[in-house]
Ligand binder design. Sequence first.
Ligand code: ATP
Length: 747
Amino acid sequence: MADKIQEFESPTMNINLFIRHPDQTLQQSHTESEQQILPVFEKLSKTVASLRKEQIELCNEFKSMTADSFLGSEVLYALQTLGEEHETLKKKYQEECQMLKNRCQLECSERRRLYNEVIELKGNIRVFCRCRPMNHDEIAKGSTSVADFDSAQENELRIIGPDSSRKQFKFDHIFRPEDNQEAVFAQTSPLVVSVLDGFNVCIFAYGQTGTGKTFTMEGSAENRGVNYRTLEELFSVSNERSDIMKYQLFVSMLEVYNEKIKDLLVEDAEHPAKKLEIKQSAEGTQEVPGLSQVPVNKTDEVWELLKSGSRVRSVGSTNANELSSRSHCLLRVTVLGENLVNGQRTRSHLWLVDLAGSERVGKIEVEGERLKESQFINKSLSALGDVISALASKTAHIPYRNSKLTHILQSSLGGDCKTLMFVQISPSSADLGETICSLNFASRVRGIEHGPARKQTDITELFKYKQLVRELENQLAEERKTRQKQENRALAVASSHPLLSSLTRSLSTISEKRPPLGPSSKMRLPLRIVSNFIPSPAATQKPRHFTASRFSNEDKENRSNFKPLSRARQGSPAIKPAPATTFTSQIKPKRRASAATFHSEPSSRSIRPAPTTTFTSQIKPRRRASVTTFHSEPSFSSSMMTTPISRYSAAPQMRSDRVVGRQSFMWDPQRVRRMSLLGPSSTPRPMTVEATPVAAPRSSRFMGSPHSHIVGSWKPKHPTVVALQRRQLVWSPLKYRGSKGDRKPFV
Ligand SMILES: Nc1ncnc2c1ncn2[C@@H]1O[C@H](COP(=O)(O)OP(=O)(O)OP(=O)(O)O)[C@@H](O)[C@H]1O
């Protein structure tokens, strides 16, 4: 039994214990009962064996088990499908994200591009004019309104002179006295929003004291101005864009008073801990280390902040304004932007500037401290004018550092920055002079942005004409060569024949005396004159005559009459008209023309048809004309004819205002443009301007006309020559000579 027990290793201890009971007495006593236990034991053994077998099977089964053993094929398929779907969706999501990212980038750049285009079209420098209502004082004193608004022309304004003449001004927008702050901001908001797109923007209010600069920029609690509305708009737009953009806005407020910078947002602005200076950062931007920068998150906190800043601002009483701003107040809004999709970050500034009054020192009768303030104000406003002028003429050096005002605004004036100027005016007849000055300055600022485009057009035209001239030159040279060869051949044949020797000699003599095929070297290139004279269409239509009743600021002719930004107003010398003008240009081939000389000739000496104005050109080969010579002939009736040069000649910025006798002077279009902006005069422009210089005796050297027989005998064949000759604006002595005196060569 024991052996049997040993034979079977019971799977359970209980069974073993039961079988291997050690008590011998029990063993003996149970001997009899063994027979009874045996069948049970066998039964149990069988059970154990079967269990053991089952266990082995289970073990094997377990060992051979895989994932498939647990799941049915449907479940597996479903899982596989889900996995694939998951992968597809993940891929799609990633693609969508990429597309969104690209779209955001595209939208951003597209928005920037479109906005840039609009601004480019409208001009990077935009000018809005705002006329305030008449105040009680002015009405009480019996002043009348000089501002005449045309309901049909929204952006035009006429100023009525003392003699009832009207001077017309045109701006990007004109706000009338009845226009409220909301209307003003509606026009301004597109520009301010571009700061959220990463552009630097500068908005400034310019004008005489008491015309509403502070009203426009700051406003009052009931009539909030551009500053507050700007921040309100920035909050609103940044909220709209919150799903793709995150913005942080900071506000700084400072004033430039007597060329010193004062932080208006510190506790004790009157006693600053440190002197504030402008420093250039590593990125090249202008920073004011130590200037407080307050983060702003909602409109509620902004108004109080702005008010606290303006309370500290330097104001003083002048006879022109009870609370006159004696400093330039600058509010800077710094925008930090982060594109949540592509992580792109931007940092841009918006400057909102309330300039100090631009009135004349004499006008406000200041002295002492006020006078000193006014001088500083004058200086910085002049510097601002210089910067704008230099930006317009695209000169390499922009004089930003000439004043604290321009230096601090350096990163926000010029380049692809957007600039908006509010020119503020008073409607009162008592302020007429100042109003005209402000409007003239604003017109010049507005005219600036169209400069480069005009210049390009001119360059294209010039290039076209130069090409034509070059073609003509080549053609003439070719023809001359061929002709020379023919003559040489004929002479050689003639000289080889004894009977013709005498004739050969005669021919040689004739050949020497004979004119060349084309015009002589002196008059060969009349067309080169086109590089100097590209008369404007107007020049061929009607004379320019500025009178008291007609002085449109649209007319670029009045550049000659520009007044400066400076308040040191002086009268500009009026240029007296000559009764008639003959422009005689002597341009020598292969030399460039860069200067002009005027000549005046008494009528008695004139040999040209009296009623016309004649351009005589002499061009010598292998010289580029560096001097263009002008003659004025009193006998000619077309005294008002205007050419580009004659226009410039009338400009005070030419090195010679008047032409006396034969005189040469250089002119530089950039200088003309710059000086025209800030010329020496700042008084209202004279009502009459003549474009023609004072007549002076003409040099006899230019009295003679090209030889008629040459002109008459030479007929150009080349289509370019023929076409060029037909052009009205190109004067050719050949054409004139061929006219037998009955044709007017230049009208
Ligand atoms: N468009 C307007 N509507 C109503 N009131 C105006 C308007 N413009 C200006 N004013 C009022 O004219 C007065 C002078 O305006 P403001 O102080 O803004 O002039 P300013 O040009 O800033 O003068 P300064 O250069 O001396 O600081 C203020 O009382 C102002 O409320």
